[in-house]
Structure formats: C-alpha cells, structure tokens
Design a protein around this ligand. Structure first.
Ligand SMILES: *Cc1c(COP(=O)(O)O)cnc(C)c1O
Length: 370
C-alpha cells in the first residue's frame, strides 16, 4: 500500500504506462474487416432494385469477439476515472466473451482478474477465461452474480467493471474509430455507402447505443434495427414502452437477450426492433457458415435473419441500398452446442422451418415469414 502512493511527484506514472500499453496493443492490431456477403444474382442483376449486405467481422479481434472493443473501453474508462490503479483486482459478472476479453486486458496490465459466473457454466468457457490468466468464481444462482462481483470488488479494494451499466458510457460514441465510425469509413467507396439499415443484437446494449448515437451525431440517414431472441426483455419492453419489464427464462442465444432491460440499452436511439425465433437464429448461423465456408456464432445468425428480412422488404418496395450487420464471434466456440444436432434437439430447437425460409430468400428474394 505504501509503495502505491509513495511517489508524489508522479502520482499517475503507473496509469500512464497502463494506458500506453493498451494504446500500443491497439496500434499493433489491424481494424476488423467489413465483408461483402455474397447475395444471389437477383440482388444485383438489374431485374429489380440493387441491394447489398455487409458483415462487420468482429471475430478477428485478438480475443475473438466484439467484446474486445468493450473490454478495452471499460479498462480505459476505469483507468482515466482513477478507479483502476497498480495492483487493483478487476472483477466482472460474466461467463462469456466479455470475461475472455477483460482477462486479456487485465493480463496485459499485470492485474488480477476475477470473473463471477453461475456454477453451471461450461468447462470450455472456464478454460477460455483461465487461459487468459483470469480466475473464475462461482455462485449457485445466476441472479447472484452482480451482487457477488460487487462484493468481491469491495472486499479486495478492487474495481467492478460492470459491463451492463458502463458499456454505453465507456465507449466514445462520437468516433475514435468506434464500430460505427469504422463501418462508415469502410463503406465509403461502396455503391451505396450510407446503409439503409444497420442491424445489431443487444446483450449489454452498448453496440446499439454507440451506433444509434453516432448516426444522429453524423446526421446519417441510416436507421438502426435491433434484433432480439426469444426470452429477452428488450423486445417486449420496446414495443410496450415498459422499461421495467422482466422475463423469467434465459435467452438461449449466447451473447444477446437479457431478462431485464439493461441500463446500457438506449431505446430512444433504436428505430425498429425485430424478434427472431431461436430456431431462425440457429438456422441462419448455419446457413451463413455454409455460404462463407467458416462457422459463425448464433448471434450472427440472429443479425443476418433480421438483415435478410429488411433486404427482402427493400426488394419488395423497389428500394436500392445497403444493409450492414455484425459477425459478432466465431462459430468454432459452439461446435458442441449450436452446431451439434443432438444438443439442439435436447434444447427443443428445430431449424428446418426457418431453413426453408432462407432457401426461398436465396432463390427469389422473398422472405416468407410472418
Ligand atoms: C455481447 C455480444 C453481443 C451484443 O453486444 P452488446 O454490445 O453487448 O449489446 C452480440 N453477440 C455476441 C456474441 C456478444 O458476445
């Protein structure tokens, strides 16, 4: 403790170096690709309006998902607020991609990291977090993870990163190469550089908040559509304007859908929401994987289902333009779950109906789903 505050001439020396390390890590990293999704000939052959679909490939971050951006922002926010200093134990309530990315940044700065998660969390996810040097702390009931994370932070004099509260405020929504600025920069030389729609899912809600604010700030005409899975509070809360609404069951689409409306979800910047059946998310993830020749995660399926629905609407109404959505993470993480037919059957998810809708969309550009 004495050493931590001994150098009064340079009270910020440790934090200065920590921020340099994070900046240096970013400088060594390339921006993520914006992939052009290969739509069938009808999208571009002059037989109707000309439409295009793009995927912002967030799976190529060093830690494998769009949570790399969030973790970086949460660490910088904690450092610049003076909440993270030398030796601070950093804590998060997460068993998923957020914890994997945060463990990476904690290791970069030489800080202890504790991820608080339900005891039922799969061994493979625990292994991913531990591989980055993080420690996993288990609670019996998933609802207790937040209070337990706050308690561990208080007991250790540490810092609770609190992704669900801080995601929207830790990210620079005006620019600084956030996901929205990067998309618009990469779209600049395309035929339709300003997308009709940008489609994202919501876990923390941070990505949709950043994009929605950026669209307003830059006065782009693009509209923001948030897609939501079954068993999530976001969609019913948005349509009913009841933001205290909670749902009992858990989302089955990893990374998106929450039992309550998280503080980082900003409904006022969302132009439209589409609820996507879980079977459709899985069917689309598999469809996209077959088209791209590489597996994508289930929330990417949710995103692309929504994007297809909007593209079909544009085609039906004779409107040319582009749609951008997010390839949120790699599907190899889900070989034993969403890509395993037995696991899927156990979950009661049957992708055959939605797969037929996708086949018809590929054939004709019609999206036959009520
Ligand atoms: C977190 C996450 C999302 C949603 O992003 P938010 O910015 O938290 O709303 C989507 N897909 C995956 C795989 C995620 O991990």
């Amino acid at each position: 403790m004495t050493e931590r505050f001994a150098d009064h001439q340079h009270p910020r020396r440790w934090a200065d170096n920590a921020i340099r390390l994070i900046e240096a890590d970013a400088r060594r990293s390339a921006d993520t690709h914006l992939l052009r999704y290969p739509l069938p000939a009808w999208a571009d052959d002059g037989s109707g309006p000309q439409v295009a679909l793009y995927l912002k490939d967030e799976s190529t971050h060093i830690t494998g998902s769009l949570k790399h951006r969030l973790a970086r922002s949460l660490f910088l926010y904690g450092l610049c607020n003076g909440w993270i200093a030398e030796g601070t134990t950093v804590v998060e309530a997460s068993s998923g991609s957020t914890a994997v990315s945060e463990a990476y940044f904690a290791a970069l700065l030489g800080l202890p990291f504790v991820a608080v998660m339900p005891a039922a969390t799969s061994a493979s996810k625990v292994a991913l977090i531990e591989a980055q040097g993080g420690r996993c702390h288990f609670v019996a009931h998933s609802a207790d993870v937040y209070a337990e994370a706050a308690r561990i932070a208080a007991d250790t004099g540490g810092h609770y990163l609190d992704q669900f509260t801080n995601a929207e405020r830790a990210t620079d929504w005006r620019g600084n190469n956030n996901i929205a600025e990067s998309i618009f920069d990469q779209m600049r030389d395309e035929t339709h550089p300003v997308p009709e729609w940008i489609v994202v899912g919501a876990g923390t809600g941070g990505t949709s908040a950043t994009i929605g604010r950026y669209l307003r700030y830059r006065r782009h005409a693009s509209r923001l559509c948030v897609v939501d899975p079954e068993n999530s509070a976001f969609y019913p809360a948005y349509t009913q304007r009841r933001y205290d609404l909670v749902v009992e069951e858990s989302s089955r689409i990893e990374g998106i859908g929450r039992p309550r409306v998280e503080p980082s979800f900003l409904p006022e910047v969302v132009d439209r929401m589409i609820q996507v059946p879980d079977a459709a998310s899985v069917a689309t993830a598999r469809h996209v994987s077959a088209v791209l020749g590489r597996r994508v995660g289930p929330s990417t399926g949710t995103n692309v289902w929504g994007a297809f629905a909007l593209l079909a609407e544009m085609v039906a109404t004779g409107r040319s333009g582009s749609v951008v959505t997010v390839l949120a993470d790699n599907g190899d993480r889900y070989a034993d779950t969403y890509y395993d037919d037995d696991w899927l059957a156990q979950q009661g998810v049957d992708p055959t109906g939605p797969a037929a809708v996708l086949a018809e969309f590929e054939r004709s550009g019609l999206f036959a789903f009520a």
